[in-house]
Design a protein around this ligand. Structure first.
Ligand SMILES: Nc1ncnc2c1ncn2[C@@H]1O[C@H](COP(=O)(O)OP(=O)(O)O)[C@@H](O)[C@H]1O
Ligand SMILES: [Mg+2]
Length: 395
């Protein structure tokens, strides 16, 4: 099974692009389900599903046609159905230290119910093997990031808790409480927690396997959207989730853009389109024009899917391999960037507005620094095989 996630700022077209992608996939014969976490529930709107049908579904899958299902998750239903208690316990767990330092600083945010629920669904559908593809329409960026960071946090915790046998724990609870810095669950929580862990187990491996999971960032060529997409790009990278495409949606077509009222918009978009090549290097950009009207109903979803993918099959992995990594080497933080073509001549590395900028001839790459490394600067670089290593030191 493939898992394709769409992430991006609110309003850029995530739900529409998710729906179009799912439409194309099912037309190609893949059994497809598209799941949305958007509380605004616009997925059913994109497919023009009648209100009473969506109400009847209560957050469970709705069949659009053969091989195509949509599901708008209803968080309240999920909590009632499954696991209010577990979530309250998790809240306690997440106030933690001890994760890998770079990662933990990025985790100041508590994962929400939506993220946990969608992870459970990713695992459920993956295990059941009913579908060939799961398309996930994530909520706006902030929450998407909590979504990918979830498994890392959980894994760390679960390891700490579950390495002790449950029975031993019951006997030794008073001692264990004193010996570990981990809050231990009461018995009533334990069963629920174990069950929850069982249902979540392995989801991190699904998410970081580039053959299974791809993130496609949806963006518009505008400053504010770009900044957010760049941050998302950095996070997904940091958590090892493969970003295989950036979908640049709502690009003004030249005929609209060059005349009259929109000519300034057109120029602004062109400038950002150019920047995006280096901001997301080497991930491919898919440019999608702004259509003459909103995208509702299968016919328009089909038109949009043709514009997004051309002849390409959306199930493909369009790009694989981390564009860059933050590693630690001899006590120093290092950015390791894949760039097989670089030579020393004319190479410059500098810091600008929280980013490391690498320039070489026409090539330019921007790497946003995680919060933890904000105060670091490049202090030398070295080409090693196909990689450029940029050594960082505190400013
Ligand atoms: N390429 C496009 N051309 C015209 N309208 C679009 C396009 N992409 C999205 N839209 C419209 O923009 C609005 C917001 O899209 P939506 O997918 O709901 O955004 P998001 O899920 O990111 O918040 C919808 O009315 C949708 O029909
Ligand atoms: Mg949406």
């Amino acid at each position: 099974m493939r898992v394709i996630l769409f992430s991006g700022k609110g309003g850029v077209g995530k739900t529409t692009v998710s729906a179009s992608t799912a439409y194309r996939l099912s037309s190609l014969g893949y059994k497809t389900i598209v799941v949305s976490l958007d509380p605004a529930h616009s997925l059913a709107d994109a497919f023009d599903i009648p209100e009473e049908e969506r109400v009847r579904a209560k957050g469970l899958p709705i069949r659009v046609k053969d091989g195509l299902y949509i599901q708008e998750i209803d968080i309240q239903e999920e909590v009632d159905r499954y696991w209010g208690d577990v979530y309250r316990f998790l809240e306690l767990l997440f106030n933690t230290t001890g994760l890998d330092e770079v990662v933990s600083e990025e985790l100041a945010i508590l994962p929400g119910m939506e993220e946990v629920t969608s992870l459970l669904y990713v695992n459920k559908y993956y295990r059941e093997k009913q579908f060939d593809v799961l398309v996930l329409d994530l909520p706006p960026t902030g929450e998407s990031l909590r979504f990918v960071s979830m498994p890392t946090v959980l894994k760390w915790y679960m390891k700490k808790i579950f390495h002790v046998e449950r029975t031993i724990l019951r006997v030794a609870r008073p001692v264990a409480r004193r010996l570990t810095d981990v809050p231990l669950p009461d018995d009533e929580y334990f069963k629920a927690l174990e069950n929850f862990y069982e249902r979540l187990k392995g989801v991190d491996e699904i998410l970081i396997d580039p053959e299974i999971t791809s993130v496609r960032l949806v963006a518009n060529p505008e400053k504010m959207v770009l900044k957010e997409s760049q941050r998302a790009f950095m996070y997904f990278n940091l958590f090892g989730v493969n970003v295989d495409a950036v979908i640049v949606n709502k690009v003004l077509p030249p005929l609209v853009g060059e005349c009259g009222h929109f000519s300034k918009w057109f120029l602004t978009q062109q400038k950002y389109l150019e920047d995006m090549q280096s901001l997301f290097y080497p991930v491919p950009l898919f440019k999608v024009p702004l259509l003459e009207d909103e995208v509702v109903g299968e016919e328009r979803l089909k038109i949009l899917s043709d514009l997004i993918y051309g002849d390409a099959d959306p199930i493909r992995v369009f790009h694989k391999e981390k564009p860059y990594e933050f590693i630690e080497e001899d006590g120093r933080f290092v950015i390791k960037l894949k760039a097989p073509f670089l030579t020393k001549e004319g190479l410059t590395v500098l810091k600008s507005e929280g980013e490391i900028v690498v320039r070489w001839r026409n090539f330019k790459s921007h790497i946003m620094l995680p919060r933890k490394l904000r105060n670091y600067e490049p202090a030398g670089a070295r080409i090693e095989g196909n990689y450029l290593k940029v050594f960082l030191s505190k400013a």
